[in-house]
Design a binder for this molecule. Structure first.
Ligand code: F6P
Length: 359
């Protein structure tokens, strides 16, 4: 029997979202099912008329799978339970949203999101008794129960390339280069791109550091005869005395940013070296997806449709040990998957002589 899937992207964008949609649309069309794309997360359904469109395989025959961003648009600030209205008031619009899904005669819902989105969606789907599957995406790679989320590999590639570009200029000017990358509360991007990009020091929120230890490592590099050093820092790293670096935007929203500048000054003083800072920011999110992200997106999208076909709901598809699995969505959002301090990558970095600023 023909079924109708609603799909949307939710939370911050990243590379690979369009590739996920392509996989869902192509495999659903193989079953003779229809896919309806909702615009701007679930917020599109709260508009009158609803902002949604049928996604056909033909749409994905073009260049879309290769593009960053999301053709459906997304948002990380329109929680239906605390919806900010244009007049500044806040309303619970969850019942309206559930009614909108019903009015469109949606059988199944696929949300492509991170932990924040999945917490809200899980609550919504439970409340409305809707049949939901989550597909993990986040450059932060901090979703529990999946080794990788869509977007992480591309973000790491961009950060690694930034290190490759900083190295020659660091060497030409005898400088210490500090690169600040995203990652919210987990240091996966900094750790992975730090190793791949040849960092001398990697600072992540999971490992406390001192400026003295960073300076010790940089001095050691200089004494060994190398005239430059590369420092990778994750945006959520605090000052040694626990101060966060946050930018407060209009409306009171906060985002991390600025620890790199702070450390640049500290490192310059402590090592007497010329130091420069680069904050990579959203450049990590908008790239064309790497082949790994395209493959992950494809495998997870196909699996999501297969779960719906089997009548399995309230699950998140996940990548684990070179296989696609599915896990209860409750488990996926139960905690943030931060960097384990005895993980293989931390041990590898230490064995390579990379300092975390802790010794
Ligand atoms: O969660 C993804 C992420 O890019 C984080 O790494 C970063 O802290 C945050 O989103 C930035 O959010 P926004 O796009 O709202 O500035």
């Amino acid at each position: 029997m023909k079924k109708k899937i609603a799909i949307f992207t939710s939370g911050g964008d990243c590379a690979g979202l369009n590739a996920v949609m392509r996989a869902v649309v192509l495999s659903a069309s193989g079953l003779g099912w229809e896919v309806l794309g909702i615009e701007n997360g679930t917020a599109g359904l709260l508009e009158n008329p609803p902002e949604c469109r049928t996604l056909t395989p033909e749409i994905f025959d073009t260049t879309i799978m290769r593009q960053g961003g999301t053709i459906l648009g997304t948002t990380n600030s329109r929680n239906p339970f605390e919806y900010k209205m244009p007049d500044g008031s806040v309303r619970d619009r969850s019942d309206e949203l559930i009614a909108a899904f019903r009015a469109l005669e949606i059988d199944y819902i696929i949300g492509i999101g991170g932990d924040g989105s999945f917490r809200i969606l899980n609550k919504l789907m439970n409340k409305g008794g809707l049949n939901f599957i989550g597909i993990p995406k986040t450059i932060d790679n901090d979703l529990n129960m999946t080794d990788y989320s869509v977007g992480f590999d591309t973000a790491v590639s961009v950060a690694t390339e930034a290190m490759d570009r900083l190295q020659p200029t660091a060497a030409s000017h005898d400088r210490v280069m500090v690169l600040e990358v995203m990652g919210r509360d987990a240091g996966h991007i900094a750790l992975t791109a730090g190793i791949a990009g040849g960092a001398d020091v990697i600072l992540i929120p999971e490992i406390p550091y001192t400026v003295e230890n960073i300076a010790k490592k940089i001095n050691k590099v200089q004494v060994s005869g190398r005239n430059f050093a590369l420092v990778m820092v994750s945006e959520a790293v605090k000052t040694p005395d626990g101060r966060k670096f946050e930018v407060v935007y209009h409306g009171g929203e906060t985002r991390y940013g600025g620890i790199g500048e702070y450390l640049g000054v500290q490192i310059a003083q402590a090592t007497n070296s010329e130091t420069r800072v680069t904050i990579l920011g959203h450049v990590q999110r908008g790239a064309s997806p790497t082949f790994n992200d395209r493959l992950l997106a494809s495998a997870l999208g196909v699996k999501a449709v297969d779960l719906l076909r089997q009548g399995k709901f309230a699950r998140m598809v996940a990548w684990h040990n070179m296989e696609v699995i599915d896990v209860p969505i409750d488990h996926a959002i139960s905690e943030c998957r931060t960097v384990s301090t005895d993980s293989v990558l931390v041990r590898t970095a230490r064995a390579l002589g990379i300092s975390f600023g802790d010794t």
